[in-house]
Design a protein around this ligand. Sequence first.
Ligand SMILES: Cc1cc2nc3c(=O)[nH]c(=O)nc-3n(C[C@H](O)[C@H](O)[C@H](O)COP(=O)(O)OP(=O)(O)OC[C@H]3O[C@@H](n4cnc5c(N)ncnc54)[C@H](O)[C@@H]3O)c2cc1C
Length: 487
Amino acid sequence: MALMTPEQFEQSLRRLRPRIFMNGKEVEDVFQNKNTRTVVEANKASYAWALDPEYKDIMSYYSPLIDETVNRYTHVSASIEDLVKKAEAGTFTAEMLGTCIYRCVGYDAFHSLASTTWEMDKELGTEYYPRFIEYLKMVQKNDLSVAGALTEPRGKRNRKTLEWTDPYLSLKVVDKNKDGIVVRGAKINISGAYASHELVVLPQAAHFEGEEDYAVAFATPVDAEGITFVCQYSPYSAERDQADDLEELGNPIFGQRETSMVVFDNVLIPWERVFHCGEYQYSIRFVTRFARTHRMTCGGTCKVGFMNQIIGAAKLIQEYKGLERAAHINDELMEMVVLRETCRACGMAAAHRGAEEPPGSGVFLPDELMGNVAKLNVANAFWRVMALAGDIGGGLVVTLPSLKELKNPEVKNYVEEFYSFGSDEPTENILKVHKLLQNWAAGLHGVGTWHGAGPIMAQKIMLQRVIDYEHEKELVKRALNLKAKKG
Ligand SMILES: Cc1cc2nc3c(=O)[nH]c(=O)nc-3n(C[C@H](O)[C@H](O)[C@H](O)COP(=O)(O)OP(=O)(O)OC[C@H]3O[C@@H](n4cnc5c(N)ncnc54)[C@H](O)[C@@H]3O)c2cc1C
């Protein structure tokens, strides 16, 4: 059953028992809790699309590994064409959901795991790669949703890991026995893991001699003993909790980008699921290869999909207000489109200029330079797009009354009349579109987009490493026929 139906996905999740807390209470049932339910719905959509004749080209893939069609989000790119499809899938899922496809980080972690385990085996004689491939086959055969976790609590950023007062601020191996390793620590800001089947874990940062116990990568079921999820909770979560009717919300079905802290309190990871253990020199390669892959999509093309929702709402509001001929509004809309296309272009360029990494591994990764440029552009462009949409939307984007007032006999008529812009558009539509825009422009997405796939300093550091300016210097030397250095 390499492709599950959405219903089979839901049934398969019901067999899991992850330990989850939100807003001071245990979440007994991810399907009943209105916030965790959004994560189930987002992942579930990916199962429907893979079977849908209209979308299956982008959301599914023939896997030679198991000789079956699998969900794209369980596949490791093996060509430029795969990378291009991956970039396109980022836009497609984001614009359809208006939130994360929670299989994304796991998908990108697979790329890092495949290339780096292959390289370790080649250079160290370890046997991680076949182990990882067996795991991947299991994921593909069972069409599992896999979340990914790198980010850690960390201690003082100006101290080294071994200098932190608490040794578990980075995930640490505390025991090794015949069955596997035991890990203690936490990962933070982890997208959608509690409504996935599995979680793949990579190191967050480079490790050094003496830090062998922190050099670890593995996979675990989300309900393994000792794992606890502590969920984010924002005003948007509270609003959803209190909503009588989800239609009142800005993104009714799929909600916000939901994350949690994932605590590992002495969790046993069987050896067959351990992909990196102690080889500290390789930790940084897991991180950079993950980032290289993730920045093309989470940093790049997925935000194109988000921008499409924002642009769509701004355009509708322009029309509701009769501003179609206002030159500055058209200019703002065009600026949004230009920013969106610049972001798309960088993400697609990262895919088209991708390469096999390391050579011989069969794993294709996006271009480092363009992936980082994509994320850097998005971080700034997204704020600008939100600001432009806020201008077009007007104060109503943040002063909007509850959509409940449309059912309140005391004020229904006032709301219908005074929020109609004198147009023939149902006031309900006008309010809903403003609510969607509020969800984007006055919500969690600005900071979320900035930090998702790493804050901008991380991209700048990577760019400093890959740019050497030799080509540019040569051009000038040749143009001016500059003389060789003295002596
Ligand atoms: C919506 C969302 C979803 C996410 N999903 C996932 C996920 O699924 N999996 C996952 O692993 N992660 C996920 N993340 C985590 C994301 O990658 C991190 O938030 C990001 O890398 C920033 O780390 P941080 O939040 O710890 O901030 P910090 O690292 O604390 O950054 C804050 C500031 O401190 C600076 N800084 C940090 N360290 C140093 C240093 N040593 N020296 C100088 N300056 C420093 C940064 O540059 C930045 O300016 C998600 C984040 C968000 C917002």
